[in-house]
Write a protein that binds this ligand. Structure first.
Ligand SMILES: Nc1ncnc2c1ncn2[C@@H]1O[C@H](COP(=O)(O)OP(=O)(O)OP(=O)(O)O)[C@@H](O)[C@H]1O
Ligand SMILES: [Mg+2]
Length: 220
């Protein structure tokens, strides 16, 4: 489904070079749930951002369904990001002036066009799924941190993507809410979604089909 080969990434800022990835490899099968673990600074977020095409590698290959993503046209790359790939960030990036439902609908909001009723209904189904029934009209500021994180997950679900990338999706949640998010991810995997999740939580990491450890910018 997704294959990264020998990915290198060096950050340069203020004359300092940091080698974040030094030849990282990963293969994710269709419907597979992979957890990515490793110490702070080992390159997990950088790798996840490259896998989800939000960041370009300095070198290496990224293949999606056998095709080299770096050779995609900008239009094709946009379609990939809009449809096939969904991302849940460590910090959820909800827009504060949009309701929970509108935040979920963000991938569908284009200019001033109204979102079709059927898509709006799907947003409510996704909010139900993450346990936020009836909270669609609330602004993020009126939701708890855990509820906001779940809105971000609902936003990733609404697109019915093939691969979900999640960077510490339970990082800011209490145990109970974290457990609920993890069961949801397991359910989605059972429905055929491929998942790559970064986590510092060993128990949650072990719930994936495969646990992959990173150290110093490589997969161990
Ligand atoms: N934009 C950037 N500019 C410069 N250096 C960066 C940048 N982003 C990351 N780095 C460096 O690259 C290395 C890997 O960072 P990354 O964020 O991938 O680590 P991580 O494994 O996700 O850590 P954490 O568990 O703390 O989130 C770190 O040494 C970090 O300081
Ligand atoms: Mg990180």
């Amino acid at each position: 489904m997704l294959e990264a080969r020998n990915i290198m990434k060096i950050f340069r800022s203020e004359g300092v070079e940091t080698c974040a990835l030094a030849g990282a490899d990963l293969t994710v099968e269709s419907g597979e749930f992979v957890s990515l673990v490793g110490r702070s600074g080992s390159g997990k977020t950088t790798f996840l951002n490259i896998l989800s095409t939000l960041l370009s590698p300095d070198s290496g290959q990224l293949l999606y369904r056998g095709e080299d993503v770096t050779a995609f046209s900008p239009a094709r790359l946009n379609r990939l990001r809009q449809k096939d790939f969904a991302v849940v960030f460590q910090f959820h990036y909800l827009l504060p002036y949009l309701s929970a439902r509108e935040n979920v609908l963000l991938p569908y909001m284009k200019g001033m066009k109204t979102v079709p009723a059927e898509v709006r209904r799907r947003a409510d189904v996704c909010l139900d799924r993450v346990g936020l029934s009836g909270k669609g009209n609330k602004l993020p500021g009126h939701l708890s941190g855990g509820e906001q994180q779940r809105v971000a997950i609902a936003r990733a679900l609404v697109k019915e993507s093939s691969v979900l990338f999640a960077d510490e999706p339970t990082g800011n949640l209490d145990r109970e809410t974290g457990d609920a998010v993890m069961s949801l991810l397991a359910e989605l995997r059972d429905e055929g979604l491929s998942i790559v999740m970064v986590t510092h939580d060993n128990e949650y990491a072990a719930m994936a089909d495969r646990m992959v450890a990173m150290a110093d910018g490589v997969v161990g």
